[in-house]
Design a protein around this ligand. Structure first.
Ligand SMILES: Cc1cc2nc3c(=O)[nH]c(=O)nc-3n(C[C@H](O)[C@H](O)[C@H](O)COP(=O)(O)OP(=O)(O)OC[C@H]3O[C@@H](n4cnc5c(N)ncnc54)[C@H](O)[C@@H]3O)c2cc1C
Length: 441
């Protein structure tokens, strides 16, 4: 219910693990359906052209951010870049007003990559989202086999305490240097080194749980922003959207991969803020993974609205709410017939309601940040002098921030640092220290 996209451009440990474990990888073909603000299907040629334009502009924006980050004001957003680009091309006659409208509308799709609106994406630090230049695959199953593989050694060799909440981490300097970890069951345990892998969103709300946290790490945690991304899966009796219709231009040999609904004017009751929607189609997968499922991604305030509304709802009332919210969108796809196409099931994540997910998705870089790269480096550096380190997507190499591969890499890097740092001198002289080892919590 979390990650499924993997970047296959360069070395990616998750791709290697997928290959080793026989986990399938799907390559999207890019065929897009686009529904305009009035609820009408845009022609396939126009839709695919608008999508291509958006990716071209995103690449130009990343080049601009990489080369001019120093001069770009921290108030500039990625949307400003889109606007300026469209204004220029409109004036020069390279784009029509209709094309500009579609491209600016589609620029909002960036939100599904970072969990917040394109207007809030910092242009200055857009280069930290470097992963967009890559080539993505999608895992059409789950991470089950990958999890089994990576957890095999820890399950065999480590002492793992599941369902145990870390509440504080303190450095005890009297006598042997020890890191004292307290858990919610009141248990106190001592370690040589501690790697804190709780999400950035959790750290933001619990900075006091590490009282000796370095002030630079505190300011980095405060400054970095945390996106809100949710997934909603809707299963239908048939993939009715695949049928050929006049104007849609899609055919059975070319399955639909993506659907975008521009900011809707037609769902005033359920979506007065006019949040735009998008989904991917599981019917694009090869057999045996092909399903009649649309996976919607929501971000920012739309995610908060959904997770707040379904919180505590189960069964029929929950499905009813989700049906009412999403109905205006899937009913506008080609060939929808209420008698034969009504949804069978709904499944919705609630990361925003989950304190252990940090009440959100993953790190992003919002407008206003002044020192984003140094902020990441400060958390990544951690407090080695106190034997407290951080790992997770928020400490990943710049090209892996916000991803599973980045989180995985960050864990390996921090493990190597701890091994290379050797055992703490003080602790070595006192072998009586209980639980003389490293822990990740
Ligand atoms: C909807 C969604 C879609 C995504 N899609 C993709 C994608 O397609 N591709 C991709 O690469 N990435 C994707 N991501 C991002 C990816 O899931 C994260 O980058 C990755 O899971 C981060 O790993 P992590 O180890 O840093 O943190 P997490 O996976 O969040 O792990 C943190 C762990 O810490 C535990 N924890 C928290 N607090 C405590 C505590 N006090 N005591 C003990 N344990 C605690 C939590 O229970 C959790 O198990 C997506 C994320 C979301 C939300």
């Amino acid at each position: 219910m979390g990650p499924q996209e993997v970047d296959i451009t360069g070395y990616n440990p998750i791709v290697e693990l997928a290959k080793e474990t026989g986990t399938p990888l799907h390559r999207w073909k890019g065929n897009t359906l686009l529904v305009d603000s009035d609820g009408n299907l845009v022609s396939s040629d126009e839709a695919n052209e608008a999508l291509k334009q958006v990716w071209d502009i995103l690449e130009k924006a990343i080049t601009h951010s990489t080369n001019h980050s120093e001069e770009i004001p921290s108030s500039a957003s990625l949307y400003n870049f889109f606007r300026d680009w469209c204004d220029r091309t409109l004036q020069s006659g390279e784009m029509t007003e209709r094309e500009v409208e579609l491209v600016l509308g589609m620029s909002q799709m960036w939100g599904a990559y970072v969990g917040d609106r394109v207007e809030r994406q910092s242009l200055k630090f857009f280069y930290l989202e470097d992963c967009i230049e890559g080539d993505d695959c999608f895992i059409p199953t789950s991470y089950e086999k990958i999890m089994a593989k990576v957890s095999a050694i820890p399950l065999e060799k480590a002492r793992i305490q599941l369902n145990t909440v870390m509440t504080s981490i303190e450095v005890r300097t009297s006598g042997a240097l020890q890191i004292c970890v307290t858990t919610s069951d009141g248990k106190v345990q001592y370690f040589d080194d501690v790697v804190v892998t709780t999400p950035l969103g959790w750290l933001k709300q619990h900075k006091k749980s590490i009282p000796q946290m370095h002030p630079r790490v505190v300011s980095a945690i405060d400054a970095m922003s945390y996106g809100r991304l949710e997934k909603i899966l809707i299963e239908f009796p048939t993939a009715f959207w695949e049928c050929v219709t006049a104007g849609s231009g899609t055919g059975p040999n070319e399955p639909v991969s993506f659907v975008h609904w521009l900011s809707p004017s037609y769902a005033a009751q359920t979506n007065p803020q006019r949040w735009r929607l998008e989904c991917v189609s599981f019917h694009a997968f090869a057999e045996p993974y092909r399903r009649n499922i649309l996976l919607f991604y929501t971000f920012g305030d739309c995610s908060t609205h959904i997770t707040t509304s379904v919180r505590g709802l189960h069964g029929e009332p929950r499905d009813r709410w989700l049906q009412q919210f999403f109905e205006p969108y899937y009913t506008r796809l080609p060939n929808y017939d209420a008698n034969t196409c009504a949804p069978l099931r709904f499944l919705a994540t609630e990361w925003c309601n989950d304190e252990f997910a940090g009440n959100g998705g993953y790190t992003n870089f919002r407008v206003g940040m002044a020192d984003a790269a140094q902020d990441v480096q400060a958390i990544r550096h951690g407090m080695p002098e106190q034997h407290i380190y951080f790992a997770g997507e928020h400490t990943a190499p710049f090209d892996g921030l916000g991803t599973v591969a980045g989180a995985y890499n960050s864990g390996e890097k921090v493990a190597r640092r701890i091994i290379e740092s050797g055992p703490p001198a003080e602790a070595m002289s006192d072998n009586s220290a209980e639980g003389s080892e490293a822990v990740a919590c």
